[in-house]
Design a protein around this ligand. Structure first.
Ligand code: FES
Length: 160
């Protein structure tokens, strides 16, 4: 157990020294163990448990700009719940929206006007304006959203 000296028999001073050293040893051991638990187990537990808000529960979002603010062959990033989306107006004037998270490792794609399609800068992934992966490491198309124009509002929804 403890290497603390036994109380000298019969003296009050010896008993107090012995008691103090035992208490101190117990306190050091218990705080060290507590510190170890807090320093190791808590971060590991937090790492293993998923965050409370993983997937967005939002099924539609009204964009903060009007259809006229999107020129042909341009795109804007928007927030869809806690995820990024991208809306593009094609050269022919059609509005299309997708998840802006690259299907490779989740970087945010952008419209390359010079190429006429979406591009992911992280690993040179390319997607056409239908969201289809056409070059590079992305394994599948971008998730497509439904776009509805209601007056001056653009409403983007997840598909059924
Ligand atoms: S994350 Fe987009 S190509 Fe790798």
């Amino acid at each position: 157990m403890s290497d603390a000296p036994r109380p000298r028999s019969g003296t009050r001073r010896g008993f107090l020294d012995w008691l103090l050293s035992r208490t101190l040893t117990t306190w050091i051991l218990s705080t060290s163990l507590g510190g170890l638990i807090v320093a190791v187990i808590y971060p590991v537990g937090r790492y293993l448990m998923p965050p409370a808000s993983g997937e967005s529960a939002a099924s539609s979002v009204t964009l903060p700009y009007t259809p006229d603010e999107l020129a042909p062959n341009s795109a804007k990033i928007f927030k869809f719940g806690n995820r990024p989306g991208i809306i593009v107006r094609t050269a022919t004037g059609e509005l299309r929206a997708f998840s802006a998270a690259c299907t490779h490792l989740g970087c945010i794609v952008q419209l390359r006007e010079d190429l006429g399609h979406f591009w992911c800068a992280c690993h040179n992934g390319h997607f056409d304006l239908n969201g289809v992966n056409i070059q590079g490491p992305p394994p599948r198309p971008l998730d497509a959203f439904e776009v509805n124009v209601r007056g001056d509002q653009i409403v983007v929804s997840k598909g059924a």
